[in-house]
Design a protein around this ligand. Structure first.
Ligand code: GRG
Length: 306
């Protein structure tokens, strides 16, 4: 199957699962479902859940097992975007081609919509673990499967927290308006952007009982891909088309942020992007043709326009 068709299939799978999870309810707090849905069902690229499902496929695994985790990751990612756009953070008016959550629902509801998405993500992952244990009391194999799912949820929890995404966001806040070193820039992005991308890959590998060698290869893939993704994000903030991106360009310089482009220049940033993408591709050798989609995904992301 050609790459773009397969990518779209994964996105469709994720979108229809997300829609089911967020069926609006006729309850007094209905507005919170609407606010969650507004940001979640709104045309993001779905890179993280696609990674999660695609990794399952290289193990010939049933991607249905990874699906709740893929959806949970997208919910965590969306919560981080809602909170990042708030006036107390980056104060952005547009995201994914539409007004940001707080512009539509107000700051108080936007904060709660983010909180609720984060909470719901963990509810979904725990439900996925619960289902396994209930249906499998007698089978050792299924008990191991339950352990794998718990390990996947733990990896996602760690990646979202203070030693992952939130940690990176704190370093980002502390760095605003200051010149920061290359090491600080790398640390910030390994955590803020890289951690959740890595968890998207490794959670799925854990569910599929990956060996140590397979985990090591996928770790290198995910770390390189995460860094490449951020470098491209910084390039797009300078050279992108705001209509296509669905948000204004130049927000990094507007917020006085050090980026790959401000630190290394546009040409060197493009070189670094190419090197990181190649590193990601090369790290998948042990999977041979099974990892073809993941290789193409790395290439596609390095050429993305949004
Ligand atoms: C916990 C408040 C809080 C923030 C965490 C991740 C994060 C820090 C903030 C999000 C803002 C941001 C620009 C992060 C860098 C990662 C990144 C490039 C996000 C955009 O991800 P895409 O391009 O977005 O996958 P779509 O809309 O396609 O899902």
């Amino acid at each position: 199957m050609i790459f773009s068709k397969k990518y779209d299939n994964h996105v469709e799978t994720v979108n229809s699962a997300l829609e089911k999870y967020l069926n609006q309810k006729e309850v007094p707090q209905k507005i919170i479902y609407e606010a969650m849905q507004y940001s979640l069902i709104s045309g993001g690229k779905r890179v993280r859940p696609v990674l999660c499902l695609a990794v399952s496929e290289i193990f010939n695994g049933n991607s249905q097992d990874a699906l709740p985790f893929a959806c949970a990751i997208e919910m965590i990612h969306t919560y981080s975007l809602i909170h990042d756009d708030l006036p107390c953070m980056d104060n952005d008016d547009f995201r994914r081609g539409r007004l940001t959550n707080h512009k539509v629902y107000g700051e108080n509801t936007a904060v709660l919509a983010g909180d609720a998405l984060l909470n719901y993500a963990f509810e979904i992952m725990l439900d996925a673990c619960k289902e396994t244990s209930l249906s499998s009391l007698l089978a050792d194999k299924k008990l191991a499967f339950l352990k794998n799912k718990i390990a996947a949820a733990a990896a996602i929890a760690e990646a979202s927290g203070v030693s992952g995404m939130i940690g990176g966001q704190v370093v980002d806040m502390q760095s605003e308006g200051k010149e920061i070193s290359k090491d600080t820039l790398l640390y910030m992005h390994e955590h803020k952007t890289g951690a959740l991308i890595k968890a998207s890959v490794l959670s799925s590998a854990l569910i599929n009982n990956a060996s140590d060698d397979e985990l090591a290869s996928l770790t290198e893939y995910a770390e390189s891909l995460g860094m490449a993704f951020q470098i491209k994000d910084d390039i797009l903030d300078v050279e992108g088309d705001s209509e296509v991106l669905g948000k204004p360009i130049g927000s990094d310089s507007g917020n006085k942020k050090t980026t790959f482009v401000t630190l290394f220049g546009i040409d060197e940033s493009k070189n670094m992007l190419e090197k990181m993408t190649q590193k990601a591709i090369d790290s998948l050798d042990i999977f041979r043709e099974n990892a073809e989609f993941l290789r193409k995904l790395a290439e596609y992301l390095s050429h993305r326009v949004k």
